[in-house]
Ligand binder design. Structure first.
Ligand SMILES: Nc1ncnc2c1ncn2[C@@H]1O[C@H](COP(=O)(O)OP(=O)(O)OP(=O)(O)O)[C@@H](O)[C@H]1O
Ligand SMILES: [Mg+2]
Length: 334
């Protein structure tokens, strides 16, 4: 078990796109490192233009890296053997418009050399699983974005892959559709599969990932289990008070002092103040008591994954921490 290679192993991966007409280089990846173990759900999280799709396209053997190494099941990509054990949902799935979802799945199965009986059985199962049973006879042309995403998921699973790579699988889906995709990913893990998926929607990634990598400007800025990445940095303290019956407004005003409006929440007589890490909590509580307020709760406030995500991205957006040659996002099509 221990000498089994990681399912995905990316080391110092670099990619510079050259756009001939603009005579400009776009540095998309500046040394990405990622290691995904068997059976993990790994979330690849980052803002637009971070380099998620570029990394995935290199892993899929669709484009070549300009530096570093990428391996799947221990084999350097592109590898035919590795490709056989892999299912892939591209970011903007483009499928033949005049196919039905059944035909699309059948085609995907054929490309992997799956026999006819198995293709039929898997297509039936998968189409039902992604909720497209009733749209079976429609052309993909008539599909909505969400239906297309489901069709893409079904075809990605036709070879019963050990590794499933999904580029923005929740994009274009409403909250219910997103929940369904999350459940499907969890189900894949239960069946022993490894799932690597990208997203820029933090809550989708946080909810189901065993580990996440936060990527920004072509580099991994943090990696770990969601609970490991957060909860260490105490940002401050939340103090909830019940204001006195007599003149609650004056008491609220006095207690809020010169706090920023965003740090003050009030619902009727309940006042919650988000104090900074270095605030004098004792002094505030004493003042509250003097004013006739009752302390309801004093809660330490830890950094959430969203805070961390925003902070890591802000760090790289800060010109002081990046190279002046940082690439603007080119709109060049691939
Ligand atoms: N074919 C291409 N030619 C030139 N530049 C490209 C090409 N594809 C991507 N880029 C650039 O590389 C950078 C990384 O893009 P990439 O698509 O990998 O990001 P992403 O993290 O997938 O973003 P998104 O969340 O928008 O999908 C961006 O600056 C992008 O403009
Ligand atoms: Mg992308």
């Amino acid at each position: 078990m221990s000498d089994e290679p990681p399912v995905i192993e990316v080391a110092d991966l670099q990619k510079t796109y050259r756009t001939p007409f603009r005579r400009r280089k776009v540095v998309a990846l500046r040394g990405i490192n990622v290691l995904v173990r068997r059976g993990e759900i790994f979330g690849f999280l980052g803002p637009n233009g971070a380099g998620k799709t570029t990394t995935i396209r290199i892993l899929m053997g669709l484009i070549a890296a300009t530096g570093g190494t990428a391996k799947i099941f221990g084999e350097t990509v592109p590898s035919r053997a590795a490709r056989q054990r892999l299912g892939f949902l591209p970011e903007q799935p483009y499928f033949y418009d005049y196919l039905t979802v059944g035909e699309l799945c059948d085609l995907a199965g054929r490309l992997f050399g799956v026999d006819a009986a198995t293709r039929k059985r898997r297509a039936d199962e998968l189409i039902a699983r992604v909720g497209l049973d009733r749209a079976r006879t429609q052309n993909l042309k008539k599909f909505s974005k969400g239906m297309m995403q489901r069709a893409g998921l079904a075809q990605a699973l036709m070879n019963d892959p050990d590794l499933v790579v999904l580029d923005e699988p929740m994009s274009g889906l409403d909250p219910i559709g997103r929940k369904e995709v999350r459940d499907l990913i969890l189900e894949l893990r239960e069946r022993g599969k490894t799932v690597f998926f990208s997203s820029h929607i933090l809550t989708d990634v946080e909810a189901i990932s065993d580990r996440v990598a936060i990527v920004a400007r072509g580099q991994v800025r943090a990696v770990g289990a969601p609970h490991e990445l957060v909860g260490h940095t105490q940002l401050g303290v939340d103090v909830s008070l019940r204001l006195p019956e007599a003149d609650p407004d004056a008491a609220a005003k006095s207690l809020a002092g010169d706090l920023d409006a965003s740090a003050v929440r009030r619902a009727d007589r309940q006042l919650t103040l988000a104090l900074a890490g270095d605030a004098d909590v004792d002094a505030l509580l004493a003042r509250g008591r003097e004013l006739g307020a009752r302390v309801l709760a004093v809660t330490p406030r830890f950094e959430t994954l969203e805070d961390l995500f925003l902070r890591r991205i802000a760090e790289v957006d800060d010109p002081a921490t990046t190279t002046p040659a940082s690439a603007p996002r080119a709109e060049a099509a691939s």
